[in-house]
Design a protein around this ligand. Structure first.
Ligand SMILES: [Fe+2]
Ligand SMILES: [Fe+2]
Length: 482
């Protein structure tokens, strides 16, 4: 395959995969392209399609400099196909084909499984754009609006990345899957997106920040394990997607940091000593910390469900087949085949939550989820540091894995965020102490008013410490009137 670090921008579809010499795939993508643009107009950001947005566009896959920033109208964004450079002599890094040369073509015996992995990943990308399409109308600043749109156009590009693999390597059924990716809709009754969390609403900006922190981070973990794939084009595609994905989680982490900062500052100014005194905090026009914790509980647990069942033969099969590895597979020191290994899995045993050793192969989802949880903790440390520095005795925490689950070991039971099992009646009574209630939602909604003046920020969020592309916070990140 002809691959360059720099991207060919001369054709309608920027790419570094030599599309101009690959007539069949180029044609297939050109046929798909208008449907994609229709989808973007229908389901992409509501309003603002004519606004000039200060966006980064990938022009290279060189890690030292791969993006340029400029004003772009979103429908004119150059969505392209970018693969990380091919590693010479790359080998399948795990599973039954361990040590064999990585595949440049689809291994026939694993075709169906591979297609399914690509489709599931692909389905999440447009889903999040659909979930976030209303948020521009309540953006707390132009800076935040720009970040939202940046995430949106890049999720659009990630859809392109998966569609390229489908069109290039899976022939007719790949083409059909590519069309289906544009047909399903987040939250639709008859054609929903494939995974639960991607059919939930993202009703407000706090949800958006939680989503980009917790749910995009699930995406990061999935991309990392697919970046290990023995199917080299998938590996290279995911490696470049991870470069972009980092910004999405940055938006989430700093977004929540700024909310926490603003709440603490406002409480201090007002001389409030008890951060749980909601009746005093809310009138300040900031989001109280207990409500933040509830939103966190919701988004973290929805994201845990994305990892699937703790014990899964599908995960074992994908690993054995060399298609989906572990987080940082090549840095793990073992045989990369897991034939005789075990891994501790949290399970429900006689009404108690216990760790049980399971064959490591079937426990791969649990392992990836553990890696995910460790990664999530980092943000909590930062947010809690802000709270401590402000002099408040309050800690945001990750709820127990048995809390509020719809998939896996704990889907049939109720548990408190501390992991104490409770019955239906107790759950019904306490639920709104732990998850956002309608009233919480209404309160947050009441704060969601648009702030479109340059340098203006909503009452509930602090300005960023630094801007985007070394621009100041009061830079005109979106030119709404054009
Ligand atoms: Fe993505
Ligand atoms: Fe993302």
């Amino acid at each position: 395959m002809n691959v360059n670090i720099n991207v060919d921008y001369s054709s309608t579809i920027p790419n570094n995969v030599g599309l101009s010499e690959d007539r069949r795939v180029l044609k297939a993508l050109e046929v798909w392209h208008p449907g994609y643009l229709d989808w973007w107009q229908d389901m992409g950001p509501d309003g603002f399609q004519e606004s000039l947005v200060y966006l980064r566009t990938a022009y290279s896959v060189d890690p030292r400099g791969w993006a340029k920033f400029d004003y772009v109208r979103m429908p004119e964004y150059r969505w392209g196909i970018l693969l990380a450079p091919q590693e010479e002599n790359r080998k399948v890094p795990f599973g039954e084909h361990y040590g064999e040369p990585a595949w440049q073509d689809v291994p026939g015996e694993h075709r169906a499984m591979l297609r399914r992995l690509v489709v599931i990943q692909g389905d999440t990308e447009p889903a999040s754009v659909e979930q976030q399409r209303h948020l521009g109308k309540t953006a707390p600043s132009l800076y935040d609006m720009r970040n939202l749109f940046q995430v949106n156009v890049e999720e659009g590009r990630h859809l392109w990345a998966m569609v390229y693999l489908l069109q290039k390597y899976f022939g007719r059924d790949g083409r059909e899957e590519a069309d289906e990716l544009l047909r399903r809709r987040s939250g639709s009754a008859d054609a929903p997106r494939m995974l639960g969390a991607f059919n939930e609403a993202t009703p407000d900006w706090l949800s958006f920040f939680m989503f980009t922190y917790f749910t995009d981070r699930d995406g990061k973990m999935q991309l990392h394990s697919l970046a290990q794939s023995g199917f080299d084009p998938l590996s290279r595609t995911c490696r470049f997607m991870l470069t972009e994905e980092a910004h999405h989680m940055f938006v989430g982490e700093t977004g929540i940091s700024r909310v926490v900062q603003r709440t603490c500052d406002a409480m201090k100014e007002a001389g409030i000593s008890d951060p749980t005194d909601i009746a005093k905090v809310r009138p300040l026009g900031v989001i109280d910390l207990p409500t933040l914790q509830k939103k966190l509980n919701l988004h973290y647990t929805l994201s845990l469900d994305l990892f699937g069942s703790e014990v899964s033969t599908n995960a074992a099969n994908a690993f054995n087949a060399g298609l989906k590895g572990r987080y940082r597979e090549t840095q793990i020191e073992d045989d990369h085949q897991l034939k005789n290994d075990t891994y501790p899995v949290l399970k429900l045993v006689n009404g108690e939550i216990k760790r049980v050793d399971e064959p490591a192969l079937t426990a791969l989802n649990m392992r990836l989820r553990d890696d995910y949880t460790q990664d999530c903790v980092k943000g909590l440390l930062r947010w809690n540091k802000i709270i401590t520095l402000a002099g408040y005795d309050y800690k945001l925490t990750l709820p127990n894995v048995a809390f509020h689950r719809a998939i896996g070991e704990f889907k049939t039971v109720h548990a408190t965020p501390d992991g104490v099992l409770i019955d239906d009646a107790a759950w019904g009574k306490r639920k709104s102490d732990w998850l956002p209630s309608t009233e919480d939602g209404d309160f947050i909604a009441s704060l969601m008013t648009p702030h479109y003046e340059t340098g203006q920020f909503a009452s509930w969020i602090a300005p960023p410490k630094v801007g985007i592309d070394n621009k100041p916070g009061d830079f005109e990140y979106v030119k709404i009137e054009t």
